[in-house]
Ligand binder design. Structure first.
Ligand SMILES: O=C(O)CCC(=O)C(=O)O
Length: 257
């Protein structure tokens, strides 16, 4: 029995408790810290680093595809039960992880810890939005003051809003942009315990603000496609990006019924 505390279809996000064991979560958190510090136990570099050793330790730290560089993170995101839960919630017959990010939000970083409002699909011109989802795995307990990911309920039905962006930490300015289009909306924080997950659709607007909890807020973010997902043929520099789907060491299929 999966205990889901929202409704992905109606609100655009949902939370599922107790998906992973605490021992695996702790190992993954420690291993992600190693990746942050450029220690890769697989010997493979992550796809992209948006923070490097020696840079401001109060900034939000985002590393793309850390599962390539860490055995613990690879093992975490390929757990059979995780795949089954994602399939059940998204009503899918197949789940493939096609991208991951580790996000470490230090405490006390003020605005430097913010992730601006965005919907994931705005960064992925090669996917149709339908059948594309994200699971945010809590590697630490996430409290109201940890800077949790926050979702705008129902925003997966909105038209695209230009001028908002993950990398823009001026959330007040972005709030004004959103309020010009929508006068009344509800923001829900993903206050979830370590080992729990928050799942959202590719069109759901989300952001996160500063962490004042006294300890880091850490998430392993798994972007996955279902059997319903459709690629878009594009001609720019990303045209062959999704060729990685053919390589299961990069993009593991974690459920196939
Ligand atoms: O961890 C965060 O604060 C942002 C995460 C995010 O943007 C995502 O899960 O898509």
């Amino acid at each position: 029995m999966i205990s889901e505390n929202n409704n992905l279809k109606d609100t655009g996000f949902t939370f599922v408790d107790d998906v992973f064991l605490q021992t695996d979560i702790l190992e993954s958190k420690n291993s992600f810290w190693d990746v942050i510090n450029s220690k890769y136990d697989t010997g493979i570099e992550p796809e992209n680093r948006f923070w490097n050793v020696g840079e401001d330790p109060k900034k939000i730290i985002k590393i793309d595809k850390p599962h390539l560089s860490s055995n613990a993170l690879h093992n975490l995101i390929t757990q059979e039960n995780f795949g089954k839960i994602l399939a059940k919630i998204t009503k899918a017959r197949k789940i493939q992880v096609w991208h991951t990010q580790g996000v470490w939000k230090p405490t006390g970083g003020g605005l430097k810890g913010n992730a601006g409002w965005h919907r994931d699909i705005q960064y992925w011109p090669f996917w149709e939005p339908y059948g594309i989802f994200t699971a945010w795995i809590a590697l630490t307990d996430v409290f109201s003051n940890s800077g949790p990911v926050r979702y705008i309920a129902g925003s997966h039905h909105w038209n695209e809003i230009s001028g908002v962006d993950f990398f823009n930490n001026d959330i007040e300015c972005q709030d004004k942009i959103i309020k010009q289009k929508h006068s009344n909306y509800k923001i829900v924080k993903a206050q979830i315990a370590s080992g729990s997950i928050a799942i959202h659709g590719s069109k759901t607007y989300h952001s996160s603000v500063n962490n004042t909890s006294g300890s880091p807020r850490v998430g392993m973010v798994v972007h996955f496609s279902t059997d319903q997902a459709k690629k878009i043929n594009i001609t720019d520099k990303h045209s062959d990006y999704l060729d990685i789907l053919n390589d299961q060491s990069i993009c593991p299929i974690i459920y196939d019924s």
